[in-house]
Structures are given as C-alpha cells and as structure tokens.
Design a protein around this ligand. Sequence first.
Ligand SMILES: NC(=O)c1ccc[n+]([C@@H]2O[C@H](COP(=O)([O-])OP(=O)(O)OC[C@H]3O[C@@H](n4cnc5c(N)ncnc54)[C@H](OP(=O)(O)O)[C@@H]3O)[C@@H](O)[C@H]2O)c1
Length: 319
Amino acid sequence: MEPLQESPVAKSKILIIGATGRLGRHITKASAAAGHPTFLLIRRGTLKIPGPEKTAVLEDLRNLGTSILEGSLEDKSSLLNALKQVDVVISAVGHADQQFLLIEAIKEAGNIKKFYPTEYGTDFDRATCVPSLTPMKAKIQVRRAIEAAGIPYTIVANVAFASIFLAHFWHLEYESPPRDKVEFYGDGERRVPFVFEEDVAKYLIESVDDSRTLNKVLCVRPKLNFISPKQVVARWEKKLRHTLEKTYVTEEEMLKRLSEPDGPPLFDIYTPNLILALRYVIFVKGEMDLPLLPNEVEADELYPHVKYRTVEEFLDSCL
Ligand SMILES: NC(=O)c1ccc[n+]([C@@H]2O[C@H](COP(=O)([O-])OP(=O)(O)OC[C@H]3O[C@@H](n4cnc5c(N)ncnc54)[C@H](OP(=O)(O)O)[C@@H]3O)[C@@H](O)[C@H]2O)c1
C-alpha cells in the first residue's frame, strides 16, 4: 500500500502596503522567497512616474513574481478590493497615523486573519514616553484601534535597524563606524538589539502562519546582536587594534536638551528632539532589555533556524 502523503499546508496570501519602502522591499522579498502568494498595494503616482530609484525597486518587486495592485491608504475601495484577495495584511508604511482607514476597511472586509501594523521599532506601550516622542504615539493609537475593532494582529518590535543605529554607531552624522572617537548616550551599557531590515523581514514572515504569534508582540532581538554599545565598541577596537577616545552624554544632559525648544525636522518628521528622545529611550532607558511579558514572544526562540547578519560580520565588512 502507498504511504499516505501529507498534503502541504497552504501558505497565506499576503498583502504588503509600503512594499517600495526601506523595510517593505525586504518584507516583499522574504514573503516571495517563503512561497506566499504576495500582493502589493502601490500608489498610482509611484507606478506611473516612479523616478529613477523607484523604477529599479519596482522592477525587482515584479521580478519576484508578486501581483501589483494599484491603490492607496486614502482610497477605501482600492483597499477593499485588495483585502478580498488575501488572508494577511502587512503594513510597512512610513507613518502609523496613515492606517486608520485601513483598519476600518479590514474590519469591514471581515476576512483578514492577521494584520501587521507599521511598527518595527521600540515598543511604545513599554517605553518611557518623554514629550518629544509624541509623534510616535500614533503607533499606540493604532494598536488600540486594532484591539477595539477586534482585528487579529501581530506587532513586530525590533527596536533599532542596524543599518541606521549600528552602521553609524548610533550617530546619523557618522558615515561609518568611527576610528578615532565615539560618543555614548548614558553609560553605553544597556543592551540593544541591532537587526538589519532583511532579518526583521525574515522573522516577520516566519510568524505569518504561526498561531503562537497571534495577538502578540514579536520581539526581534537575536542573541548574537543583542549587545550594548560598549560591547560593540570593544569588538571594533579589537579589530582595529587600537582604542577609541570615549565621551558620554549623560541622562541629565539629554533631559535638559529635551526640555529646550525643538528645531525643524532634519528629515521626514524627525526633529532634533525626536531623534534625541529615541536615543534616550533606546540607549539610556534600554526598555527592550527586560523580561518578556505574557503578551510577548521571542522571535529568536521561535525561529532558531533563521540566519541573520551578525554585528561581528558587519564590523568585519567595515575593516
Ligand atoms: N527601528 C528603526 O530603527 C526604524 C528605522 C526606520 C523606520 N522604522 C519604522 O519602519 C516602518 C517603515 O518605515 P520605512 O522607513 O521603511 O518607510 P519608507 O521608506 O518611508 O516607505 C514608506 C512606504 O509607504 C508607502 N506609502 C506612503 N504613503 C502611502 C499611501 N498613502 N498609500 C500606500 N502606500 C503608501 C510608500 O510608497 P511610495 O513608493 O508610493 O512612496 C513606501 O512604500 C515605520 O513604522 C518606521 O517607523 C524603524
């Protein structure tokens, strides 16, 4: 007698909104690589007049075998049309407050088994919210709106994209890891998970059809990269074979600067005080370096097979 063949479990159909963005392009790649039928909602203007950078991005996204749907977060009928074709929605748009119409549409569509709102940073439900972080509060409002609508969700909390916080040694003004001197926020000893965008995307896609992540916060802090700025610098010094001059911005100094008038945004919505407040929460308060709460799960433990780019590998590539 022929042995019974187990039928493979169908992969969820995924809609990605924000696929042309910094993180969204990696989520799209991970989704297609994992064999999920992958749909992308992209704005008409971006499809028609993409500009040189987005032309290349769109070509890559098409080459992955994705289905591109024209639409936008401001156009409910385009959202409903996209939602009826999929099971799971992943939003990687730049601003949380863009998503309220999407939440309304997901509730109305009624067929979505999981929604990932745009998050991918600090867990603002746990963070000390100094006033300068107010723009980030939209992420909290979105969480409450999802809960109120009874929409199943997963929140991805990865704290610091390594391409920003590690590549520049937590200073956007540096072009690469410094070779002479380095500045720490606080004592430099709080652990921070430094995770590259492509690895955040891999962990996210692993969690799509995993019921253990339903209505949970997925903490992405893979062990080898969950280290303090002091440890990063020590490893860098070992590779350089010399020590760096170290200075410290104290907590008091940061709070004083945060109480002074803010300047205009340096890019997007990011004013000097918002950037400083994020550094304060991540590096001084270290609020991702805490034991798991009952609503949190550890990506590294759920998916130990995921290969990620390590801090060590990154530093070697900078020599
Ligand atoms: N932890 C960290 O260190 C860190 C760092 C950076 C970002 N983040 C977070 O990561 C998330 C994604 O940010 P990102 O920097 O990847 O975003 P991004 O590069 O600004 O990309 C935004 C995406 O949203 C799309 N979009 C914008 N408005 C839209 C609309 N009305 N309808 C449909 N699509 C729209 C854009 O499409 P077009 O091509 O049409 O413009 C683009 O694909 C955010 O939540 C952000 O806070 C975290």
